[in-house]
Design a protein around this ligand. Structure first.
Ligand SMILES: O=C(O)CCC(=O)C(=O)O
Ligand SMILES: [Fe+2]
Length: 775
């Protein structure tokens, strides 16, 4: 369905597809059994073909085989049902067996498209016996060694049927039956999913081996790379990159899957190796650099139900299939959905090996128009998928995630920018190196190329980058570049360890530059702003420590501290004002109480910096004549008291505490509610005619209940007013007559709550007296 080589990158992928024959992900060779002398203690020398009598004895000494899943080893007969013979009981005459094994392994190497000059060796893993009905469900083998590239299954001849070994890769399937007379050697790469269908009669006996690779596949393939082909590929690279100024890449997705452990130029599998060799030759010719990377591809497809069995049906049907050779792939997805149209695809790279094999930790999303592949991603098996029901324009959709490997190519002239994008930490280290050797001009040029993506880098991983960026920004000695590098960070990433370099930076570039930078750290459109309750609040609690460290940096440090505190105060104050508008008292008080520690942090900072004006502003805010502010002020006092006893006065806590004490005392001096006073105050909010009636009932000292015939809409309004204000009023609808009657009853909670509130005020007042030396 790919449109015919319109884009140079697609031509590139097509050329690579033609250059290597595909399909050699598994292979089989056979040999006469003469060389295999196998003895199992407790059973004796095994005859070949294996007689049923001996196979049964093997089952008796076997144990149920386990299988690996992630880091775990599991036992589950629904996944793997076979006998494993303990290794310690098995004796093979190696000298003789090697006579068969060596030449077979060399043929398998060639069958699997591994170049001459590499060698496959086999490491015995286990002996398995499948009795009738036993099987192994689809799975991938785990790599048991760094150099393991695949598995070899040696099936001993026996009179069995069924037990077909099925190996899948990139949408292709190979099936292998046992032989009645010969030894069968099936080899496949470690990323191939494979399974063993149930044995239908007799016994299937196999030896499994880990296939290890010696040598460097790409280096060995390089010798055979066709120079004309490489030149054509180089032409595609030149066309792809053109003379654009924007750093871009070409990302070619390979066919095999690799784990991070197994990723290595030297151990690329099958056609990947010869393609990699060609790409490297082409890259050299086009003056490009290359890297090998792991890619995660996320695709979103529109789907239609694939009839007739629908979701999951295919799996349930699986083992009843008696037509064993039937093609496994019926065109529907593994979940019974037919993929229709690719809506979106995202490719991100992690783990990056340069041409010499040196690794860099990477996290980089590349653009669709940089990516190409010979084998479309949809032909591979996803490691995860999820089905979404109807999605507006797209109908039903299916999300799939795949792990692929990729070769990344880019022109040498963008060497720094491309590597920097892949690893911003590396980019900073490189700038620091240039500055260290005095190449300021080189460092500035390099830093300028970061502009297009730096905000993404600093947004994602900023906390690990800020420290180095502060140092580098100073060394660059250029206010524009320094501002560009620093602007994308968020204030919450700033800690006291950054203070020294921040103070130096401020001294160097001056107050107005520093103000702009600080303001950009507080940018309003940052996600941190949305959840600042948590993130910003804890940053504000750490602000005194930051200011203390800044103060060490003398004038400039104090200047930065002042800018930070002032910039922090405005959103904090706005947020308190916003929370005061919550209509429900308990929510409002909780939220305002939670602001206390942040406000205390800010006050302590003003004390450290001797920022009197700001301190007075915050103090005045806390001392407002209103009960909500009192909640915030008391919480701030409790938080502040815990930390900085010595700074009560400088932080204005003496004024705040006196204010709170006076307000509490006034409240307590009001006479307690008398036992016959049932009046309740309805908070301001709505003046509709219903609320006026409600207010009249509530305000009445004597009336306790009110039967109010009201239609549904109107009842709902009254219910919600009472709930929102958390009034001590029981409200229920009596469902008889027309309209129904809303029954309102004032409850005893009215008195209990007031008693509780007075007790709290008394406690608070006493605490203030003790803590702040007041009478
Ligand atoms: O029995 C076989 O042919 C395959 C066994 C297998 O897949 C394994 O041991 O991982
Ligand atoms: Fe396996």
């Amino acid at each position: 369905m790919r449109s015919p080589a319109i884009f140079p990158r697609d031509r590139f992928a097509n050329l690579l597809g033609e250059a290597a024959a595909t399909g050699s992900f598994s292979a089989r060779r056979t040999a006469r059994p003469d060389d295999l002398r196998l003895e199992v203690s407790g059973v004796g020398p095994i005859a070949l073909p294996v007689p049923a009598r001996q196979a049964k004895e093997l089952c008796l000494i076997g144990r149920p085989a386990q299988f690996g899943q992630g880091e775990q080893t599991l036992l589950d007969a629904r996944v793997r049902d076979t006998w494993e013979i303990p290794k310690s009981r098995i004796k093979i005459d190696k000298r003789q067996w090697n006579g068969t094994l060596r030449p077979v392994l060399d043929r398998l190497r060639a069958d699997l498209s591994l170049p001459e000059g590499c060698e496959l060796t086999a490491e015995f893993h286990s002996m398995l016996v499948y009795a009738p009905g036993q099987f192994f469900a689809p799975h991938q083998d785990s790599e048991k060694a760094d150099t393991m590239v695949g598995t070899m299954v040696v099936t001993l001849p026996s009179a069995s049927t069924g037990g077909v070994l099925v190996v899948e890769h990139a949408g292709q399937t190979a099936t292998y039956r046992s032989s009645k007379e010969s030894l069968s050697f099936v080899a496949f790469y470690a990323d191939c999913r494979h399974h063993v269908r149930p044995v239908t009669s007799g016994y299937r006996v196999v030896l499994t081996y880990n296939l290890l690779l010696k040598g460097d596949t790409v280096a060995a393939a390089a010798g055979r790379a066709d120079p004309d082909r490489a030149a054509e590929l180089a032409g595609c690279l030149n066309d792809h990159f053109g003379d654009s100024d924007e750093p871009t890449r070409l990302v070619y997705l390979l066919d095999h899957e690799y784990t991070q452990r197994a990723l290595s130029w030297a151990r690329l599998k099958g056609d990947d190796a010869s393609r990699a060799a060609l790409i490297r030759a082409a890259a050299h010719e086009a003056d490009c650099e290359v890297a090998l990377a792991l890619a995660e591809v996320h695709e979103t497809w529109s789907t239609e139900d694939a009839e007739p069995w629908g979701y999951g049906g295919r799996r349930a049907r699986y083992w009843d299939d008696d037509q064993e050779d039937e093609d496994e792939d019926d065109g529907s997805g593994e979940d019974g959905y037919e993929l229709q149209e690719l809506i979106e695809s995202t490719t991100s790279l992690d783990c990056w090996l340069d041409e010499s094999g040196e690794a860099t930790q990477t996290s980089l999303t590349v653009f669709d128009d940089e990516v190409c592949a010979t084998t479309p991603t949809a032909d591979l098996s996803p490691h995860d998928s999820s089905y979404e029901g109807y999605m507006g324009n797209y109908g039903n959709t299916m999300d799939r995630w795949y792990r692929r490997a990729a070769i990344v190519v880019w022109p040498r002239r963008w060497s720094y920018a491309i590597r920097a994008q892949a690893s911003p930490g590396w980019a900073l280290n490189r700038l620091a190196d240039l500055l260290q050797v005095g190449d300021v001009a080189g460092a500035r040029d390099a830093a300028t190329t970061l502009g297009s993506f730096w905000s993404v880098a600093a947004g994602v991983n900023g906390q690990h980058l800020l420290g180095r960026t502060l140092t580098v920004a100073r060394g660059l000695d250029e206010p524009g570049i320094a501002a560009m590098l620093l602007a994308p960070f968020q204030i919450e990433m700033l800690g006291h360890t950054h203070a020294a370099s921040l103070a130096q930076l401020a001294a160097h570039y001056g107050q107005s530059w520093t103000r702009d930078t600080v303001e950009s750290w507080f940018g309003r459109d940052r996600p941190a702003h949305m959840s600042w309750q948590a993130q910003r609040a804890s940053w504000l609690e750490s602000l005194p420590a930051i200011c203390e460290a800044l103060r060490e940096g003398r004038g400039a440090g104090v200047m930065v501290g002042g800018l930070l505190s002032a910039a922090a105060w405005t959103p904090l104050r706005d947020s308190a004002a916003e929370l005061s508008r919550f209509p429900t008292p308990s929510h409002r008080h909780t939220a305002l109480g939670e602001l206390g520690p942040a406000v205390a942090g800010l006050l302590a900072s003003t004390a450290i910096l001797a920022a009197r004006e700001l301190r007075d502003e915050v103090v005045a805010f806390l001392c407002a004549d209103n009960d909500d502010r009192l909640v915030c002020a008391m919480s701030a006092l409790r938080a502040a008291h815990k930390n900085r006893r010595d700074m009560h006065r400088e932080a204005g806590l003496d004024i705040v505490s006196r204010h709170c004490a006076a307000r509490l005392a006034t409240r307590l001096s009001q006479p307690a509610r008398s036992a016959d006073d049932w009046s309740i105050e309805l908070p301001q909010g709505c003046h509709c005619e219903l609320c006026q009636t409600l207010d009249a009932f509530l305000a009445d000292k004597a009336r306790r209940s009110f039967e109010w015939p009201l239609a549904e809409q109107r009842r709902r309004h009254v219910h919600s007013r009472i709930d929102q204000a958390e009034l001590a009023v029981h409200h229920q609808t009596r469902r008889s007559g027309r309209p129904y009657t809303l029954v309102l009853t004032k409850t005893e909670a009215l008195f209990a709550r007031e008693r509780e509130a007075r007790r709290r005020d008394q406690t608070d007042l006493a605490w203030l007296g003790q803590t702040f030396n007041m009478r």
